[in-house]
Design a protein around this ligand. Structure first.
Ligand SMILES: Nc1ncnc2c1ncn2[C@@H]1O[C@H](COP(=O)(O)OP(=O)(O)O)[C@@H](O)[C@H]1O
Ligand SMILES: [Mg+2]
Length: 868
């Protein structure tokens, strides 16, 4: 290999300039080198590192793994922490890490970042719950992964806080999504004197995570890029002069033209000192003597194993005597320009073997490509099977990723095994590594392999159902309603496939779960009516099942959603579930996390449905009790939701300050966990509205609302989006920002027409009416108010919508439109609603407080704005 480094003066100066700018705080935070494999990115990075002495920064380099690559979640970050640790002053160093811990990336991380430990424990519980029930959305779990990223970034920031530092990530197209999140947090935190240098191959099939992220960094002026092309003629001449002094005249020009200055090709030709110049790197490879002898097969097998390979595995693959293979590889490593001795990554280490690697990834790919299709598949099949036999249940996560890779590459030779293997790995990715993102793609592969099996293949249906159930519950939080041309997977088609597969299979418990899931996808794609019909079917199917636990879960799922169409029906289902819980010890006393989670949700859902149907006293008792109890649990997954419900109730009861307190508690709880959350967004919007009512300055309210809306857009929980939109519109209306208010209210109408979220549509029409009135467009106001009323009459009372609010504002508007008789009737209806709710409150104090609650309740009492 060449020892002389040539050219790249401009790019090298750019990198050093970048490094000097780090300590300044302003300026670029990330420098990206781009170019195809073999173009000299790593060589330039090495040159950059060598100039460390003249730079006012520390440089740490990690390289993403080209074999299991992005599958190794947090892998590059762990490597980085190890680097930091190795060079840390002694007082920073931790005790040696136990081998058991080092086995899982998560365990290793928790070792470096101790605050992760409790998080990992809580997260593991919660994920297990969700995995085994399939009934509970992951919305409350998503934050755990992001939270880990936040804490890791903080830990790294803390270690490099003092000294300006450049983190170099080579082959960043193999970087996993969560490591990228950590890096992004570091970049965006200008208080940390850090710069990032990335080298990557653009448009690489594994590089989509980075590909999507880069433009967002670019927009914010964080990143600069340099594309590496071929070396220029003078540089080629310099290299020739140095490596092949006796070259014939004109040689440098010839070789420069032939290789287009592509360094790896160039370097290989110079090593040969060959004057016959092949067309391409591939042609050069074919001309090598080892590719024309028995060694060709050996090298192909080595390439099938991977960039790193070992003598024992290659011998196994050949089915020949180990000693012979060992000797042949040893000889090749001495003479061939293709491979060399090299220690593999830890997880790929094999005892009693010699270890090698290809001299360059580009060479690995070129040799790999010489296999025929069948040969390649057979190689991967045998590699996978041998590893499974050898490692069994002792395989580490990385080893399992490696096996999974072979199974995928074996294509139709291993579909069934591949599906099973990926599903098991997906479950562990979530439950052990807490990596929902990994679990998601792994479960997709499990589905993909199963669906490509012959239709009549035994076990196909069961595999499809199980893989889809897992995949969809993992991705549920991100379903965005109807499938648009976004490239998102068609969730409902998948769920439908799982449902029919479950029907064919005749396993009633799986069928109930598939039906429940289909109900949810229909809810997202076709709207409430279709969704509810299916969820109801799931309940019916569960009733035939003689399995109270499944029935209980199905009832809660259905009941929660049914309230959105028919309050009484939803309440009845939840009441029934509540009765089952009280009466059936199997449900009540079980400490199975599935049940615990379902029970918690059921309890607070029942509480809020009592509130929605106007039984305030009962609702208040239950929700206060639930919140007290949930606060005591170690896993407080449901607490932010419970606090939200109770805050709604307190606002209605006129206890604004009490509501504000609860909402702060809920927000803090989730902020501690870190990451975005739909409920955090909702709680922020509700807080804004409560604070506004308490007279908080308009700017602060507006600020909170912007924050809430931005987080809602990022999380997009289908049933929360329109609620936050409406809260936004309402506060904008109050603040006199009518155009913004109208935009948001119209957004709700448009969306809810598709999603069928009637309650929000009613509220949005009412908001449009009030906005029109504020503009003195009385006719338009009346029209919108009537729209709202008509929907309410048609669909009946709604959850999270106070009917009296609709009646009252409609009364004000009709009164402005001179329709006095109708206005008076509506006001009476609003009063009747209030009276009914007041009567449900047992305590006299609480009742009086409710009646005198400032805002809506007193407006209604006094008939404010309604001409009498
Ligand atoms: N500027 C250079 N001067 C001399 N040799 C180079 C130069 N750039 C790359 N090479 C050589 O070319 C080969 C491929 O370069 P490498 O940096 O590994 O490419 P990449 O990282 O883009 O895949 C290596 O053998 C390297 O030493
Ligand atoms: Mg490289």
């Amino acid at each position: 290999m060449s020892v002389l480094f040539v050219d790249r003066a401009e790019e090298g100066a750019w990198l050093r300039q970048f490094a000097r700018g780090i300590s300044g705080g302003a300026g670029l935070r990330c420098a990206v080198l781009e170019g195809p494999s073999g173009m000299g990115k790593s060589a330039l990075l090495a040159e950059f590192s060598r100039s460390r002495a003249e730079l006012p920064v520390e440089i740490f380099t990690v390289r993403c793994n080209p074999v299991i690559g992005a599958g190794r979640t947090f892998g590059p970050v762990v490597d980085l922490l190890l680097e930091l640790e190795a060079r840390a002053p002694r007082r920073w160093r931790r005790k040696p890490i136990a081998a058991a811990v080092a086995k899982s990336t998560t365990g290793l991380l928790a070792e470096f970042v101790p605050v992760l430990k409790p998080l990992v424990a809580i997260g593991t519980d919660a994920v297990k719950t969700t995995l085994s029930s399939g009934a509970i959305p992951f919305d409350s779990l998503l934050p755990f992964e992001q939270a880990a990223a936040v804490k890791i970034a903080e830990a790294i920031a803390e270690r490099i806080a003092k000294r300006p530092t450049v983190l170099v990530v080579d082959d960043a197209h193999f970087c996993d999504e969560l490591s990228l999140q950590v890096l992004e947090r570091l970049l965006r935190n200008r208080a940390v004197p850090v710069g990032l240098v990335l080298a990557r191959v653009p448009h690489h099939k594994d590089g989509s995570a980075l590909e999507q992220l880069l433009p967002t960094w670019e927009v914010d002026g964080l990143v600069g890029r340099r594309n590496l092309g071929g070396l220029p003629a003078e540089a080629v001449a310099e290299l020739v002069d140095h490596e092949f002094r006796e070259a014939p005249p004109g040689y440098a020009a010839q070789i420069g033209q032939r290789t287009q200055g592509h360094p790896i090709f160039l370097v290989k030709l110079l090593e040969d000192r060959s004057t016959v110049l092949p067309e391409s790197l591939e042609a050069w490879l074919e001309a090598q003597p080892e590719m024309q002898s028995e060694d060709r097969r050996l090298l192909k097998r080595a390439a099938a194993q991977g960039f790193w390979f070992d003598s024992v595995t290659v011998a196994e693959l050949a089915g020949v005597d180990g000693g012979q293979t060992r000797d042949a590889l040893d000889a090749l490593a001495r003479s061939s320009p293709l491979i060399e001795r090299s220690a593999p990554p830890e997880w790929a280490f094999r005892e009693r073997a010699d270890h090698y690697r290809f001299q360059h990834q580009a060479l690995w790919h070129a040799v790999y490509a010489t296999q025929s299709d069948a040969e390649r598949r057979e190689h991967h099949e045998r590699l996978a099977q041998a590893a499974i036999r050898r490692l069994g249940s002792d395989a580490t996560y990385e080893q399992r990723l490696e096996i999974a890779r072979h199974l995928r590459a074996a294509e139709d030779y291993c579909r069934a095994e591949s599906s099973d293997f990926h599903l098991a790995l997906a479950r562990d990715a979530a439950a052990v590594n807490l990596s929902l993102g990994d679990a998601e793609w792994l479960s997709w592969e499990a589905y993909d392999a199963a669906s490509k099996l012959r239709k009549s293949a035994p076990g196909r249906d069961e595999r499809i159902v199980k893989a889809v159930l897992l995949h969809l519950s993992l991705s549920e939080v991100r379903w965005k309603g109807r499938v648009e041309a976004t490239g998102e997977r068609d969730t409902d088609r998948l769920a439908a496939q799982a449902e029919t597969a479950a029907e064919r299979l005749g396993d009633p418990a799986l069928l109930v779960r598939a039906t429940m899931l289909r109900g949810k996808t229909l809810m997202a794609t076709e709207g409430l009516e279709h969704g509810l019909e299916r969820l109801h079917l799931a309940v019916t199917r569960a009733e035939a099942l003689d399995d109270p636990l499944t029935l209980y879960v199905a009832k809660i799922e259905y009941g929660r959603q049914a309230s959105k169409r028919n309050l009484a029906e939803g309440e009845a289902q939840l009441a029934e579930a509540e009765r089952m819980r009280v009466e059936d010890a199997r449900i009540r006393d079980s400490d199975d996390p599935v049940l615990v989670h379902s029970r918690n949700l059921g309890e607070i859902q029942y509480g809020i449905s009592l509130f929605d149907s106007g039984r305030l006293g009962d609702a208040s008792d239950r929700l206060e009790r639930a919140v007290r109890r949930l606060r005591l649990q170690s896993n407080r997954t449901e607490l932010p939701i419970a606090l939200n419900y109770l805050a709604q109730l307190r606002i209605c009861l006129g206890d604004l300050a009490g509501a504000v307190q609860l909402l702060h508690e809920a927000r803090d709880l989730e902020a501690d966990r870190g990451g975005d959350s739909g409920w955090h967004a909702y709680n922020t919007a509700l807080l804004a509205s409560a604070l506004a009512a308490l007279g908080e300055p308009a700017e602060r309210v507006a600020e909170l609302l912007e924050e809430a809306w931005a987080e809602t857009e990022r999380t997009w929980l289908l049933n929360l989006v329109p609620i936050v939109r409406n809260l936004y519109a309402q506060e904008a209306l109050t603040a006199g920002r009518l155009d913004a208010a109208e935009r948001f209210a119209r957004g709700t109408v448009e969306e809810t027409r598709k999603s069928g979220m009637v309650r929000s549509e009613i509220a949005a029409h009412l908001l449009l009416a009030r906005i029109a009135l504020a503009r003195n467009e009385t006719e338009q106001a009346v029209k919108c108010a009537l729209d709202s009323l008509r929907l309410l009459n048609e669909k009946g009372p709604q959850p999270a919508l106070r009917s009296e609010e609709v009646y009252y504002h409609a009364a004000v508007i009709l009164s402005a439109g001179e329709q006095h008789e109708e206005a008076a009737t509506l006001l009476e209806r609003a009063r009747a609603e209030l009276a009914r709710k007041a009567a449900s409150i047992e305590g006299a104090d609480l009742r009086r407080r409710f009646e005198a609650a400032p805002g809506l309740n007193t407006w209604i009492r006094d008939g404010e704005g309604v001409a009498s």
